[in-house]
Design a protein around this ligand. Sequence first.
Ligand code: NAD
Length: 290
Amino acid sequence: MKKISFIGLGNMGYEMALNLAEAKYEVTGYDIVKEKYKKLEANNIKCANSIDEAIRSADVIISMLPDGKIVRYVWNEIVSVLKNKPLAIDCSTIDIENASYFHKLTDERNIKALDAPVSGGVIGAKKATLTFMVGGNEKDYNEAKPIFDVMGNKSVLCGLATSGQAVKICNNMLLAVTMVGVSESFNLAESLKIDLNKLFEVISTSSGSCWAVNNYCPVKDVGPVSPVDNNFKAGFSSKLMHKDLSLAISAAEDNNVKVDFTKQAFNFFSNIIENNNGEKDFSFIKEYLK
Ligand code: NAD
């Protein structure tokens, strides 16, 4: 069984590493915060005190880190101490520029690499139902696929290096904009004294239907249970949505693409964070817009 080194044991990485260990991979974890080490060790995950110790003799190295700057820093450190040529997989959600840097760094050393951001959130990480959006070549993807299959239930090879990040960014900007539209529609219906369950019944099977309504309707007791039914406990936090929108806007600016709705959504989420609601699920946007 392959030896996997897992760097970044936060909300997502912790659950993903546990699933790999449960599938009998030999997992070594590393994080600058050691708070979860005891729990991980109780679940057959070795915990390392340095990057060097964590990656020693790994066949696969997976990183799950907060942002592009940290990914750049950590992978620089990894390649500076690396002695073999493992498969490198970055699952963090980061900007295209730093994703390119990660690929360049590994390419120069003949190290196989994939960018593989995920969707599905902490619940998906825990239940191993994540979707992986993968950028890289087919041979490396095929090598990684059994590992993705342990942590998720779907992986898509989206194209060459950085395509996974590009697809993730494009998906999430659409999610934000559709959630703003859904929120405005339901806020208007509320003012017009419409029964919101009736509105849901119609929209969810009509031309206004979309994931934000059908699976994540931001109205209490309407549609399937979603974070609004749990006082906006994330789910997918407004802070993370704000981060993903900033990645979309910078990619759009670099490529001269007009993304006015995305910019508007970004401003809404900036305000939500300024009002100390950044930890709330992103569907809180409906309350904010009211
Ligand atoms: P998190 O902040 O909970 O975890 C990140 C971990 O990285 C932390 O434990 C932190 O201590 C560690 N870290 C920071 N710098 C480090 C370093 N130099 N070396 C080693 N470890 C370091 O974040 P998360 O929610 O687990 O998200 C991780 C990534 O997944 C992010 O890029 C995020 O955008 C993406 N993502 C998150 C979700 C979600 O719902 N949380 C969903 C999809 C994608």
